[in-house]
Design a protein around this ligand. Sequence first.
Ligand SMILES: Cc1ncc(COP(=O)(O)O)c(C=O)c1O
Length: 244
Amino acid sequence: MDPLITTPPLPGPKAQAILRRDVGGVISQSMVREYPLVIDRAEGMNLWDVDGNRYLDFSAGIAVMNLGWNHPDVVQAASEQMQKLSHGGAFLDYCSETPVRFAEKLVSMLPRNLNRVYFSNSGGAETIEAALKLARHHTKRKYFIAFYGGFHGRTYGAVSLTAAKVIQRKHFGPFLPVVHAPYPNPYRPFGSRKATCDQDVVRHIEEEIFPMEVSPEEVAAIVVEHTGGRRIYRPADHVSEAPA
Ligand SMILES: Cc1ncc(COP(=O)(O)O)c(C=O)c1O
């Protein structure tokens, strides 16, 4: 395996040149590059930047690379599928066996009542949009309850639920009718005690939100991002983020 870092200080010269082109106007800067890392290739848990530096990827590619990058089984399955039938429209407008087989396999691993699969292009916003529509369609109700600190995506429904950074919402409203509640975070409890932080939030919803903001009969769904409740403690780090 080649050495880890060969061109300190980082980013190296080739990365800097690409970063300059990136911010130079050709690509929308609405999505923030969190790190000045310009990736060239990856394998397993290793990433190589364009200057040949190797990094160990402890973020699992924003948590979607649990099998590691370019896992040979995934690469083989994807390339076989691309050669056989390359476009998802073959399923959306017609039918093919692969998605049906995949859904059956997923359902076989899920709890008994989770027995139907909806495929979407993104793991976040598009799925949230579908869930909001489903909840409204089924209940005929308009409102949602979501939690402070949650990030659900950048489309209109998803950003209506999101209350993580104000810059993600600024000048985009009005949004869907969403009431936000504090998240039951035991490390920064909304009430005074860590041990009762979950009951304190339920009490807040029942005793403050329902009598004062929205009747429970009008709430279509309560949406929870299970990693929610994050708090941004260093706003200065984030003010440069452009809205997406
Ligand atoms: C917690 C969380 N929810 C939702 C989303 C939105 O997902 P996507 O951009 O795949 O639609 C993201 C993406 O950053 C996310 O981190």
